[in-house]
Write a protein that binds this ligand. Structure first.
Ligand code: ZN
Length: 173
C-alpha cells in the first residue's frame, strides 16, 4: 500500500460542511489517517485538527491546546454530556487561514470519547481546552467557527471570506 498523504482542506470545501460518520473500530487505515493529521497539524502550528479538515468525513479529531508535539489527544466519536457557563474568546482555524474572531463557547464541558486504543474516556474540560474541543467537534458536525462568531467579528472578516470563496471556485473550475 502506498503511503497515505493528506493535505489541509480550506473553507468552503463541501467536506467541511457535510457532517461525518461514526467510527466502529481502530484499524491500520485509521492509524495512518491519525499520523497524517498529526503531521499536518504540527506543520501548520495548529492546536487542534478535525478529520474533515484533511478530507476525511469521519468522527475523528486531534486536540492539542499546548501546540507541543506529544501533547495531542486522539479523540474518536466525541460527545458532550454536560455544558456549563459561557465565555467569549478569540478563535482561528487552519481551514480558514488568516481570519480570526470572537466566538462564544461553554466554559466547562463534560465529554466522552474513545482514544486510539478505542477505550472509552470521560473527562471534564474547562477554558481554552474546552474551546479547542468544541471547535473541533463542530467540524465533525459540518459547522465552522465563522458561523458562531459574534456579529462584529463576522462583519470584519466578510471580505476575507469572499477571497477564500473565489480561490475555491477558481480551483474547482
Ligand atoms: Zn477549525
Amino acid at each position: 500500500m502506498p503511503a497515505m498523504q493528506l493535505d489541509i482542506v480550506l473553507w468552503p470545501h463541501p467536506v467541511l460542511l457535510q457532517g461525518t460518520q461514526r467510527i466502529d473500530a481502530v484499524d491500520d487505515e485509521l492509524r495512518q489517517i491519525v499520523g497524517e493529521m498529526r503531521r499536518v497539524m504540527f506543520e501548520l502550528r495548529g492546536v487542534g485538527l478535525a478529520a474533515p479538515q484533511v478530507g476525511i468525513a469521519r468522527r475523528l479529531m486531534l486536540v492539542c491546546p499546548s501546540g507541543e508535539p506529544g501533547d495531542e489527544e486522539v479523540v474518536i466519536n466525541p460527545e458532550i454530556l454536560d455544558a456549563e457557563g459561557r465565555e467569549v474568546g478569540e478563535e482561528g482555524c487552519l481551514s480558514v487561514p488568516g481570519l480570526y474572531g470572537q466566538v462564544p463557547r461553554a466554559q466547562t464541558v463534560r465529554v466522552r470519547y474513545r482514544d486510539l486504543d478505542f477505550r472509552e474516556r470521560e473527562m471534564v474540560l474547562t477554558g481554552f481546552v474546552a474551546r479547542v474541543f468544541l471547535h473541533e467537534l463542530d467540524h465533525l458536525d459540518g459547522q465552522v467557527f465563522i458561523d458562531r462568531m459574534v456579529p462584529e467579528s463576522r462583519a470584519k472578516i466578510e471580505a476575507g471570506l469572499d477571497v477564500l470563496k473565489q480561490q475555491f471556485e477558481a480551483q474547482a473550475s
